[in-house]
Design a protein around this ligand. Structure first.
Ligand SMILES: *[C@@H]1O[C@H](CO)[C@@H](O)[C@H](O)[C@H]1NC(C)=O
Length: 354
């Protein structure tokens, strides 16, 4: 045999992916911005694991699909359950096992024959198009809760339905209490960490700093208008769960005075005036002048940074690394930071909540 022939024949096409006979779960993180998407992702991890299907890890959604591994370490997810990135799923699995002419969309409905409209609306259409999914060929409706795992297994077995493709995430918002711990497997990517570490060095020269999240845009002011007395609202279970308190206006949209007083309590009493650096993340008003003047009157000159990064994920990582964090209990953005900190045993507090 000629050597050249031998060479060609022993170079295999390497794909590390074998088809999983227990099937796949694929879905769009189509609700809201990063905080909501993270809640949904953590819940979907539990769904896939309990159905013992491979989790197809979707890209996050900004104005485009952002592959999971740009922000987080993909291989950490493997420690929780079998995963494949949506991009690899489309390249290595879909051509053979999820063919274009047989792509079923699943959606929740009591009506048995609703069209799931998998690709209608924003960002659903772009999400699937960017992944290379042109169309869905059929709809299947289910009136099942996402936590009825046994019913899912019996009604939609993997041999008949190898791929469960959902219009939205198979999870609830806000996140269920038991799913919060899944964040242990959501670990910042090396590129995010190195960017964030150099920013922290630049801003604070490696001194201690406190991170605060001020959610105070106009949409939030509207959202918080009539919430007094609610049992829960959006991400509020994160602080109200283990109390017998209810949602208040101040919990949702703290006044300027409340923010200053809480900050005073944390900086001067809890941290004994030893921390002089403040990192502010906000969607609207960073309150820099108000905070500076308030503390000058109390003989504390603060170094206040409002970086306002193009990518909110940078804010999240800097807040997660802070020495103390004060967040908004109702916000899913704050909730992501607090879960990360709880896992890393770092202290957090909330505006309007003791
Ligand atoms: C879960 O799925 C994997 C991979 O298909 C399989 O090896 C394993 O036996 C399954 N576990 C159970 C409990 O069915």
């Amino acid at each position: 045999m000629k050597l050249s022939y031998l060479f060609i024949s022993i170079i295999p096409v390497i794909s590390t992916y074998q088809f999983d006979p227990n099937g796949y779960v694929i879905f769009c993180l189509c609700m809201g911005r990063f905080g909501n998407q993270a809640d949904h992702f953590l819940g979907s991890m539990s769904f896939a694991k309990n159905l013992n299907r491979t989790l197809v890890v979707p890209p996050f959604r900004t104005f485009k699909n952002v592959p999971y591994s740009e922000w987080f370490k993909f291989e950490e997810l493997d420690k929780y359950h079998r995963v494949i990135s949506a991009e690899d799923f489309m390249t290595f699995i879909a051509p053979e096992y999820w063919k274009e002419d047989n792509r079923i969309g699943f959606c929740w409905s009591y009506e048995p024959i609703q069209d799931c409209r998998m690709k209608e609306g924003n960002p659903m259409q772009n999400f699937w198009t960017e992944l290379g999914v042109d169309k869905f060929t059929k709809s299947v409706n289910f009136p099942l809760s996402f936590s009825d795992y046994e019913l899912w297994k019996s009604k939609f077995p993997a041999d008949k339905y190898p791929v469960l493709a959902f219009r939205g995430a198979p999870a609830s918002y806000p996140i269920k209490k038991d799913d919060r711990i899944n964040q242990r497997y959501i670990v910042w990517s090396d590129s995010i960490i190195s960017e964030v570490d150099s920013l922290i060095k630049k801003f604070f020269d490696d001194e201690k700093y406190i991170g605060i999240h001020l959610r105070n845009g106009i949409d939030w002011s509207n959202a918080c208008r009539d919430v007094d007395g609610y049992d829960n609202y959006m991400s509020s279970p994160q602080c109200l769960d283990d109390s017998n308190k209810k949602v208040t206006k101040e919990l949702c949209f703290p006044s300027v005075e409340l923010v200053l007083q809480k900050l005073e309590y944390v900086l001067l009493e809890k941290l004994n005036g030893n921390v002089k650096n403040v990192y502010v993340a906000t969607d609207k008003n960073p309150m820099i002048q108000e905070i500076k003047e308030y503390f000058i009157q109390r003989d504390l000159e603060l170094n206040i940074i409002h970086h306002d990064p193009w990518l909110p994920i940078i804010d999240l990582a800097i807040l997660a690394k802070s020495d103390f964090f004060i967040g908004n209990c109702v916000s899913s953005f704050s909730a992501f930071v607090v879960r990360d900190r709880n896992i890393n045993k770092k202290p957090s507090a909330f505006w309007g909540f003791d």
